[in-house]
Design a binder for this molecule. Structure first.
Ligand code: SAM
Ligand code: DTB
Ligand code: SF4
Length: 331
């Protein structure tokens, strides 16, 4: 095993599938070695996620509890007041988060007063010195530009699954729509956060195909969230099997090796994992998590911030410093 210090953009499906299917401990060892060559392996980026507009979404993503057409038990919430969002961001900063991510259950951004309010929120969170991230659905080039001007640091837009499997999961948009938004985000100079979900009924080939799309982009996404399906009652995928921990570890390890400089985020699914299982994910190269005081992701449960801080202490890991704070310290 030789650890390369150069980024590759020419990964083939065969190469990635060979990695994914390696004997488990060999794969983890290789991913852990890559992780150590590119990052401080004892640091984990803490991101706080807040749903600023919940439910009532017109899309039909079959995994999602926020799609209006499924009879789920979630409480629909219109766009939160800016002050509420800023207050949450302040709390997140005080409990060690370096990134604050605002999510809206929208198909796409519209040029209306809600978007103006989002821009205000971005400005306010940015002023706190946090890295601001949004996930608002599809964006045009000019909307991406306006977000960048307001101080947006990152935009989350997941591929969710492979191009081939896409229409089995979502019919209200196409895989190419996702790529188009990611390109608009790049053009505006905002960093890209893009990954996907496992446990949707996809094959290993689909998982690899999704990772290949990410790893062969002109620039790798700076963050790659790997989500295990959070099964929500009332959605078409409510009865899917729980994701096997070793599948999650294999996905994380393959993403780490293919996109060594990126942050690989252990995203949805942690609530169903033990501390030991999460430790395997960190060993396999995950270096970011979502946490928060609300003990939920968007509409599903997630460990709370104090529990997570205890886990990090138990594992000898520490929260990664905010990049903005680092640049302030050098002044
Ligand atoms: N509506 C916007 C969109 O779809 O891009 C932004 C919010 S959406 C909830 C953000 C991402 O969360 C989705 O792309 C998907 O990858 C992930 N997600 C949603 N529901 C999930 C679930 N039940 N389990 C795991 N991941 C999920
Ligand atoms: C991402 O990749 N995972 C987060 C975030 N980006 C927006 C969302 C996970 C949602 C999990 C299910 C829920 O709570 O709705
Ligand atoms: Fe809407 Fe996003 Fe949920 Fe799809 S994943 S239904 S676009 S909130």
């Amino acid at each position: 095993m030789s650890i390369q210090k150069i980024l590759r953009y020419d990964w083939t499906k065969e190469e990635l599938l060979d990695l994914y299917n390696k004997p488990l401990l060999e794969l983890i060892y290789e991913a852990a070695s890559v992780h150590r060559a590119w990052h401080k392996a004892n640091e984990v980026q803490i991101s706080t996620l807040l749903s600023v507009k919940t439910g009532g979404c017109p899309e039909d993503c079959s995994y999602c509890g926020q799609a209006a057409r499924y009879h789920t038990n979630i409480k629909v919430q219109a766009l939160l007041p800016t002050e509420t969002v800023i207050a949450q961001a302040e709390k997140a900063k005080n409990s060690g988060s370096s990134r604050f991510c605002m999510a809206a259950a929208w198909r796409e951004v519209r040029d209306n007063s809600d978007f103006d309010r989002i821009l205000e929120m971005v400005k306010g969170v940015n002023a706190l010195g946090l890295e601001v991230c949004c996930t608002l659905g599809m964006l045009s080039e000019s909307q991406a530009q306006r977000l960048q001007e307001a101080g947006l640091y990152a935009y989350n837009h997941n591929l969710d699954t492979s191009e081939d499997y896409y229409d089995r999961i979502i019919s209200t948009r196409k895989f190419d729509n996702r790529i188009n938004t990611i390109n608009n985000v790049r053009k505006a100079g905002i960093t890209v956060c893009s990954g996907g979900i496992i446990g949707l009924g996809e094959s290993n080939e689909d998982r690899i195909s999704m990772l290949r799309t990410l790893a062969t982009m002109e620039k790798h996404p700076e963050s790659v969230p790997i989500n295990a399906l959070a099964r929500v009652q009332g959605t078409p995928l409510e009865n899917n099997a729980k994701v096997d921990i070793w599948d999650m570890v294999r996905m994380i390890a393959t993403a780490r090796i293919a996109m060594p400089a990126s942050m690989v985020r252990l995203s949805a699914g942690r609530i169903e994992m033990s501390e030991a299982e999460q430790a395997w994910c960190f060993m396999a190269g995950a270096n970011s998590i979502f946490t928060g005081e609300r003990e939920q992701l968007l509409v599903t449960p997630n460990p709370g911030v104090s529990e997570d801080m205890q886990m990090l202490r138990n594992l000898g890991l520490k929260p990664m410093a905010n990049k903005k704070a680092e640049s302030c310290n050098t002044n």
